[in-house]
Design a protein around this ligand. Structure first.
Ligand code: AMP
Ligand code: MG
Length: 418
């Protein structure tokens, strides 16, 4: 097991002098600077879904291992009966069933009762469907000609030994586990599951299990971020909440470093008096105060705390959700041992009107209803009800644009981040 070296301190650095970084440049920077931060381990196939494969895995065995019947029917040597119109064969006394190899061979002039999945006995290379056969138990009669090899599966027709069945960096889905199991792979070397901590900041923020004082608001970010992380297939660790207190925050970051691979914080990422996360990250010299030309999404601070990368999300739940999905989610794939991910998107008809100026890319809370997409009535980034109403984003380009009902717009379903 080899633990990868920590990320470089400047991996979040943006080119100096750049004022507003376009979204694509920001994503490009993350894509090129981030590396896998987790070591590898052997994982039981039953626990391997959502893990990233550490290296290419060849098939130890062919699938199917032996030629077998694809149907329930009668097996014989195809070459024997090729041109005949009515074929009569005598019944072999044994029966070929799946998992029960036959004791004797099938000779010329004979047919054997064979079931789906049964290994072809010696002397058999062709099977006729039971529905196409008449038999009295002694004789088997059917119409020819029958193509040699009909209704059989060849050894290795799905996978040959040494074929690569799992590829380095691939994220394992249920169907991939089926393929691995079919060739006898019970354990897979994978990257350790990425542990992502979630920490909320702010004197006004109160845990939802407590009773908020009049001057407080409930923590709407932590339940959202923790459950997003689980839905994305990573390990989510609740690191609670911290007040706007620099010493306390410093201690919490030091502590987080021991238990997580990457940290998502919300709040305190601007340049205000009480924005202690950005202040602390500035001390380490690793922060990039990401002035990304995106709406919603300011402020987003990214930096290293020791060996731990931090995505300092805005406190605003709408902006926090947007930044988590657009910037953090694809980054997590790389940190976890995979490739950069691009969420699936679709061009759909707009059911709304909108005019936007040039400069910032916009992510509107959107809801796809059948063929048409609508956007939330208010763009205010404090409106959490819009997040809950939406089932995805409409992404509007950096440049100026006027959208009229019926125009095509880019819709990114929230599900496509999973
Ligand atoms: P900040 O980024 O800390 O300046 O916070 C921006 C806005 O988001 C403020 O109105 C905060 O009260 C609000 N906010 C910060 N954290 C949370 C949270 N965990 N849940 C709900 N609102 C929050
Ligand atoms: Mg705050």
């Amino acid at each position: 097991m080899v633990t990868p070296p920590p990320l470089k301190n400047d991996c979040f650095a943006l080119p100096p002098g750049v004022d507003w970084t376009p979204v694509d440049d920001a994503l490009g920077q993350l894509k090129s600077a981030l590396r896998c931060v987790v070591s590898t381990e052997m994982v039981d196939i039953m626990d391997a879904r959502d893990r990233f494969v550490a290296h290419d895995v060849p098939a130890p065995r062919a699938s199917p291992p032996k030629a077998n019947s694809a149907v329930d029917g009668y097996g014989f040597a195809g070459a024997d009966i090729n041109e005949e119109d009515v074929v009569r064969l005598s019944m072999h006394p044994e029966r070929a069933a799946a998992g029960v190899p036959m004791q004797s061979a099938v000779s010329k002039g004979q047919a054997v009762r064979i079931l789906t999945g049964a290994q072809l006995p010696e002397g058999v290379d062709t099977v006729v469907l039971q529905e196409d056969v008449a038999t009295d138990g002694q004789q088997v009669v059917f119409h020819g000609p029958v193509k040699v090899g009909a209704n059989t599966r060849k050894a290795g027709e799905d996978v040959n030994p040494k074929d690569i069945v799992l590829t380095a960096g691939q994220r394992l889905r249920s169907t991939d586990l089926s393929l691995a199991a079919s060739v006898g792979i019970a354990e897979i070397e994978c990257f350790r599951a990425l542990r992502i901590g979630v920490l909320s900041t702010g004197d006004e923020v109160c845990d939802v299990t407590q009773t908020a004082a009049p001057h407080q608001i409930y923590d709407a970010n932590r339940p959202m971020l923790l459950s997003l992380i689980s839905a994305w297939g990573f390990v989510a660790l609740d690191l609670g909440h911290v007040n706007d207190d620099r010493t306390e925050l410093r201690e919490r970051l030091d502590h987080a470093q021991e238990s997580v691979d990457v940290l998502l914080t919300s709040g305190g990422a601007s340049a205000g008096d009480e924005d202690h996360l950005s202040a602390l990250l500035s001390e380490t010299g690793s922060i990039t105060f990401w002035r990304i030309a995106v709406k919603p999404g300011r402020p987003l601070a990214m930096g290293m705390w020791g060996k731990m990368p931090i995505f300092g999300l805005p406190g605003n739940p709408v902006a926090a959700a947007t930044c988590a999905m657009i910037f953090a989610r694809p980054s997590f794939n790389i940190l976890a041992g995979g490739a950069w991910m691009v969420p699936r998107s679709y061009l759909v008809k707009a059911g709304f009107e909108k005019r936007k100026k040039s400069g910032r890319r916009e992510y509107l809370r959107a809801r796809l209803n059948g063929e048409e997409v609508d956007v939330f009535k208010s763009e205010g980034s404090g409106r959490i009800s819009g997040l809950s109403w939406a089932n995805g984003f409409v992404e509007l380009p950096d440049h100026e644009i006027t959208i009229k009902p019926g125009d095509c717009v880019k819709f990114i379903p929230f599900d496509s981040f999973n």
